[in-house]
Design a protein around this ligand. Structure first.
Ligand code: ZN
Length: 360
């Protein structure tokens, strides 16, 4: 881990705490989503930059840390969490026409990938894929909408916050709203009619930006993340796959469903009628993505170790290969059964925390 990053972060943070001259109280959301399941595949907090996970330092972590240290300041350290949270909530109720990439540079690509996944898994017009952008937090109307709806503020108070964010923080801070970490989400959620919303996949500009900075082709990153999140949507549709949960404890249950999403990803990405990528490109993307796969084996959000995740995806690739001649697409149920058949072997993979350091 990089010591200078820690120092710059700590300096920014202590300065934020000691000055704390912000005129406004911290906010908490007031809307709760009952019984909603969300697969949050890129949980991030600034504090993880100073408290690295048990995993070996990885390429993606290095890129993230460098991104933080390049422009973190006191205001950024103080308000980042709220900004990221507001952007998360906004994506759930954002029914505007969607665009992807800060300037819409990926909009056509995402439309194409969406059509591909819809056709492959026979799920037309079911999942709403949404972008997430830094600019949302520099738009007074959107901030007011977020604060009145999600945080229960009266219109007038919301307007004061919006004014403070847009005309003070965003002007003064070098980190907000510049940091790609402001739009760093990658998740799948099924709102089942709550808030008049259904199945949603959200992928933030910042996630793509930093992944590209780590050297993986943006096209592969988009396809890979969308394929993984789509795997979760397939799981939402098949509640009977794990009627009593995927395991009797949360870390193992999360690991199972995540490994399955990885299996689906490997299958789709390399299938002749799916993503059509070779294993090398697929592996390159997964190596990066599995930096997110943590080594906190007892955490409720445990995704499986990088080695287990790579093996799950590779087994999906092998399954796709087996059908490649005819290009036959197995239905989700059959892919699920194939996954269950290899799960024990995948979990039996050595829990090698140095996997990624070695792999890169
Ligand atoms: Zn996932």
């Amino acid at each position: 881990m990089n010591v200078s990053i820690d120092e710059s972060f700590n300096v920014a943070k202590s300065s934020a705490t000691s000055k704390s001259n912000s005129p406004l109280e911290k906010l908490s959301p007031t809307v709760s989503l009952e019984g909603i399941e969300v697969f949050n595949d890129n949980p991030f907090t600034l504090s993880q930059v100073i408290t690295p996970s048990a995993c070996a330092p990885t390429l993606f972590n290095t890129v993230i840390n460098e991104s933080v240290s390049s422009n973190i300041d006191a205001l950024g350290a103080e308000w980042y969490d709220l900004y990221a949270e507001m952007n998360f909530y906004y994506s759930l109720t954002d029914t505007n026409e969607q665009y992807f990439g800060a300037h819409g540079e990926y909009t056509n690509l995402v439309a194409k990938i969406t059509r591909g996944l819809e056709g492959f898994w026979d799920m037309p017009n079911e999942v709403s894929v949404r972008g997430q952008h830094n600019s949302t937090l520099n738009d007074s109307d959107k901030i007011i909408e977020i604060l009145t709806f999600w945080y229960g503020l009266p219109e007038e108070d919301a307007a004061s916050y919006a004014d403070y964010f847009v005309n003070f923080i965003n002007v003064e801070s070098t980190f907000l709203i510049e940091s790609p970490l402001v739009s760093f989400d990658g998740f799948a959620i099924a709102l089942d009619g709550q808030l008049d919303q259904g199945d949603i996949i959200v992928i933030g500009d910042g996630l793509i930006e930093l992944a590209a900075e780590a050297g993986v082709d943006s096209k592969v990153v988009w396809s890979g993340i969308m394929a993984h999140e789509w795997g979760h949507q397939i799981q939402f549709n098949n509640g009977n796959w794990y009627p009593n949960g995927a395991a009797d404890n949360a870390p193992e249950a999360t690991r199972t469903t995540e490994l399955e999403a990885d299996f689906f990803t490997g299958y789709y990405l390399t299938h002749k009628r799916g993503g059509t990528y070779n294993w090398k490109s697929t592996e390159e993307f997964l190596t990066l993505f599995f930096n997110i796969g943590d080594c906190s084996f007892t955490s409720d959000g445990h995704h499986g170790t990088p080695a287990q995740r790579m093996e799950a995806a590779k087994q999906g690739y092998i399954l796709a290969q087996s059908a490649k001649k005819k290009g036959h697409i197995l239905d989700a149920e059959t892919v699920h059964e194939s996954f269950l058949a290899i799960l024990d072997a995948v979990v039996g993979q050595e829990e090698d925390t140095n996997f990624l350091a070695v792999a890169k």
